[in-house]
Design a protein around this ligand. Structure first.
Ligand SMILES: Nc1ncnc2c1ncn2[C@@H]1O[C@H](COP(=O)(O)OP(=O)(O)OP(=O)(O)O)[C@@H](O)[C@H]1O
Ligand SMILES: [Mg+2]
Length: 357
């Protein structure tokens, strides 16, 4: 288990036109726990403190306050030599790959093992083993300049894994790759996580990455964790506005373009007004029976205006926008709110049957 206990990081930054330095809080009281063997995502706007946070885990950045534990060992209390040894059990991959240009792929993967003074034979065995795992056996003699981005990142991953780390840190590792290569690198990370039981902490701007491979996710905003939990929960019921904003694209919480011209008011104009309702559901709650249910129970008419279905890992989730008219709309909404789905009144359409789209 990885545990951060009230971690803060303050940078001293110079102020323009002044000789004095000011404190800048890059992280404030960050506490979190990460289960061994899980894939943990960190999201947040640019400058939120994501890289600083991940660098505090392996102490590339030393926290100003707070403690970092990895499997019970307090990293923040280790002396230099012990810290160096502990860090060898933490692999890291980067957006820019950070490969050594004057070494072949083999030489890059072998590098951390040479530092550990492995024998030549052991190094050769391990490099071939790990190269097979990441699928670059035929590239071992090539130099980084002769490789594609995806191949370079596979070398980066192989190098990070060479020394059999318990933890892999990934800072925007797929940001420089095209969507298809991103997908193959992610599949590889997930595969490694499954096969080796390795814990992965990853930062990404791509919410689809989180949706596809992470178990849990933390949302950082101005150096603070504002929301944290299982991906399914955060993605289907985000609470904080920054989370909603970050997820707007994957959640498609905005009205679809086809409804852009739809005129509705936030305030209920008259009692006859139709209600525009957005229903979000996930897991086993299927939309169809619910709709026929409220039609039957409350005598309302339901007009489906838009519907989307997606998956977080293997769990389906979706959003539908409906227009309710007639019947007992209030009771129907109450009923929906009681179910395991989120119902949100988006607005009201002044006169029944007024909708054109
Ligand atoms: N060494 C440093 N000295 C001063 N300020 C720093 C230093 N490193 C980071 N910061 C500041 O801390 C804040 C958080 O930076 P960080 O790199 O962690 O953000 P991030 O969330 O990774 O952003 P991005 O998504 O753009 O990579 C930024 O405002 C940055 O300017
Ligand atoms: Mg960063």
């Amino acid at each position: 288990m990885i545990r951060l206990d009230c971690v803060s990081k303050i940078f001293k930054v110079s102020e323009p036109g002044s000789a004095s330095k000011k404190d800048f809080h890059a992280l404030r009281d960050v506490s979190l726990e990460i289960e061994n063997g899980s894939i943990y995502g960190i999201i947040g706007r640019s400058g939120a403190g994501k890289s600083t946070l991940i660098r505090c885990v392996n102490l590339l950045e030393r926290p100003t306050a707070g403690r970092v534990f990895i499997n019970g060992v307090e990293m923040t209390s280790l002396k230099e030599a012990k810290l160096r040894a502990a860090r060898r059990k933490i692999g890291m991959i980067f957006q820019s790959f950070n490969l050594l240009a004057n070494r072949t792929a083999f030489g890059n993967i072998a590098f951390p093992l040479e530092l550990e003074r492995w024998t030549r034979q052991d190094i050769a065995d391990r490099v071939h083993e790990i190269a097979a795992l990441v699928g670059i056996t035929d590239k071992l003699d090539q130099y980084p300049s002769q490789l594609s981005g995806g191949q370079k990142q596979r070398i980066g991953i192989a190098r990070a894994l060479a020394n059999r780390p318990d933890l892999l840190l990934s800072d925007e590792a797929t940001s420089a790759l095209d969507p298809q290569t991103t997908k193959s690198v992610l599949t590889l990370l997930k595969d490694i996580n499954d096969k080796l039981g390795l814990t992965v902490i990853l930062i990404t701007h791509e919410m689809d990455v989180i949706k596809e491979i992470c178990d849990s996710v933390a949302v950082l905003d101005s150096g603070e964790i504002v929301e944290e939990g299982p991906v399914l929960k955060i993605f289907t019921a985000p609470i904080k506005s920054v989370t909603k904003e970050l997820l707007a694209h994957v959640l498609r919480t905005r009205l679809p373009d086809s409804l852009a011209g739809l005129e509705f008011t936030r305030e209920r104009g008259n009692r006859q007004a139709d209600v525009l309702l957005r229903l979000s559901f996930f897991g086993n709650v299927a939309a169809q029976p619910i709709i026929s249910d409220i039609v039957r129970k409350f005598d309302v008419d339901v007009n489906i205006l838009a519907a989307q279905l997606d998956h977080v890992r293997t769990t389906p989730y979706g959003t539908i926008v409906v227009q309710l008219s007639g019947g007992d709309r209030e009771e129907a909404i109450e009923y929906l709110l009681d179910l395991n789905l989120k119902a949100e009144v988006m607005g009201y359409v002044a006169r029944s049957g007024d909708i054109t789209y």
